[in-house]
Design a protein around this ligand. Sequence first.
Ligand code: ADP
Ligand code: MG
Length: 702
Amino acid sequence: MNFELAHTPVEYIKGVGPKRGELLRKELNIHTLNDLLHHFPFRYVDRTTFHTISQIKSTEIDIQIVGKFKSIQETKTKSGRRILTGVFYDDTGNVEVTWFQGLKLLKDFIKLDTPYILFGKPNYFNGTYSFIHPELEERPGVGQQMTSKLQPVYSTTEKLTSVGLNSKGISKIIQNALELIKGKWQEVLPFDFIEKHQLISREDAFFYIHFPQSEEQLQKARQRLKFEELFFIQISVVWQKMLVSQNNKGFIFKEIHNHLRTFYHQKLPYKLTNAQIRVLREIRADVTSGKQMNRLLQGDVGSGKTLVALQAMLMAVDAGFQACMMAPTEILAQQHYQTIGEMLYGLPVTVKLLTGSTKTAERREIHRMLSDGSLHILIGTHALIEDTVAFKNLGLAVIDEQHRFGVEQRGKLWKKNTNPPHILVMTATPIPRTLAMTLYGDLEVSVIDELPPGRKPVATYHVTEAHRLRLFGFMKSEIAKGRQVYVVYPLIEESEKLDLLALEQGIESLQRAFPLPDYQFSVVHGRMSPEEKAHEMERFVKGISNIMVATTVIEVGVNVPNATVMVIENAERFGLSQLHQLRGRVGRGAEKSYCILVTGNKLSSDAKVRIDTMCRTNDGFEIAEIDLQLRGPGDIMGTRQSGLVNMKIANLATDQLLVQVTRDAALALYKDDPKLTKPEHRPTLLYYQHLYASSASYAKIS
Ligand code: ADP
Ligand code: MG
């Protein structure tokens, strides 16, 4: 589009003016002509199909009938109101038609025995159908074009309706806007892309999306506009990524691999899975490339990400650098410290733990060892990114459970060195690939898509309160075999008091059913101090307690292979990915494991889908896809900041193929013309700058 015209304030469009313009701004955030043209219809009324009067069968949908008026007359209702009634007929029957408003215009318009198209929703009363306030159009003669067949329906507001901008009114001013720029459109996509992807022109697309003459035109318009929307998002993502990788030279980890080799041959407790090997190869390629690594490692719960992280850290240490690993909770940091410490036992690699509860003396020691380089690996919580923590030469930073951290925290780790360290972020909340590509577009993505051998899927069952006794019996039989059990309660901030009450009551009834001294409990919830939590956790890890009752604080990371039962109370209140995370706490050992979802009797339809999905599959990626469909991308971590929720027509959940296609297209464009300096790409550049004018960081091409 001609960009100056695109910026035309909406009030200058014919039919708008200052008053309506003001309201359009306030109510629908429509400021310019461009905004108005992006106010797409949310549905269309089918004007391609005709009914006969005898075919009227329901009052559900708007239908249209070709017929003539037998009679038309103005009368008064009992309350004295003037109305217009007529009898409309075709070859198959008659219907009564009534209007309350606009009588004068209608009386002049309607002629007896002249064909009209009547359009509206039928009413049903006393066994007969009738129409109240239908639309009426003169039937076009043969060869004459009918006005739009699929009528657009626009969202609007009460205030806008009161100034005449109901759906029809909006349609009218959009028509005027389209008139205004008719013939002055400028293409914004490179022509070879348009050809290659068989897209229609921009002008046609905007015309057809608002006034489609057929389903086919509408589809083409949608395709083109979705492509455009996603393409420009991908341009920003791809360019951002290139900017990052160009500006940041990465440390080169020379492939000495002393410790790594020793670890591999002497310490590795099992064979790596093929997926782990592949990901390690990808990481090695990154850290020897001379560019800074920014890699997202996705792997389902229990897929063995920690081991990959450890080996990556050894690569750093072997090359003479330090490495750190940040976890979102104290429990998890502690656990990493323990497992990694055990695995490295006997190797000359120093490892320390730094959390909020690290004592001052130990803290001082850590600071000293960090700055003189005698500390190789530091594991910890947010405490790692405090300003006082300074490394001698940090070469690699690993972030576990990335979705628990904000983008700023990742940024802080970067700054721990003048030259940013290599970054490996890990997440067990699988994000569908296309979304990951867009959200974390500046990251390379690795996937561990394979679980260690011998893992059996966790058998998942849905029960209600009625099965409580059987459930307790089952827990007892597992405990009798020497296994351990988790019982998890929701704790949501908004209803914290009620939730704590439920937790207390739950603990009470459990303690009645599982009496001391035969059964031992650990209790962990967010209100406890880190020391208390650690103590309770430890009792469970060591197998002293049989039952761990917890709120969702145990959601991430905890690894107790002997635990075989995960009971989730009020499971309907958890999101899908949370349920999947929780389930991932069991099934980590060789024994068969179970996940029991306890819910009330009545479930919302979404809750039902979540529970059914959990019972049906253990596949984290499939679950992530369904989660995305249920919640939309807006609720997925990170989307809000990214602005992706403001998408007008494309949908990251349903248009995944197109995300991939536009991603490839943006990459191809980058390869061909990284600064968009070729004359044929000028309109693309201009439009890009126009789109991202307000967010400076993304507009940085050139
Ligand atoms: P996550 O990816 O969820 O962080 P972990 O790294 O905690 O998973 O690993 C889960 C469990 O699987 C751990 O007990 C770990 O020792 C074990 N594990 C990791 N890799 C393998 C492997 N290749 N073969 C067998 N067990 C493995
Ligand atoms: Mg983990």
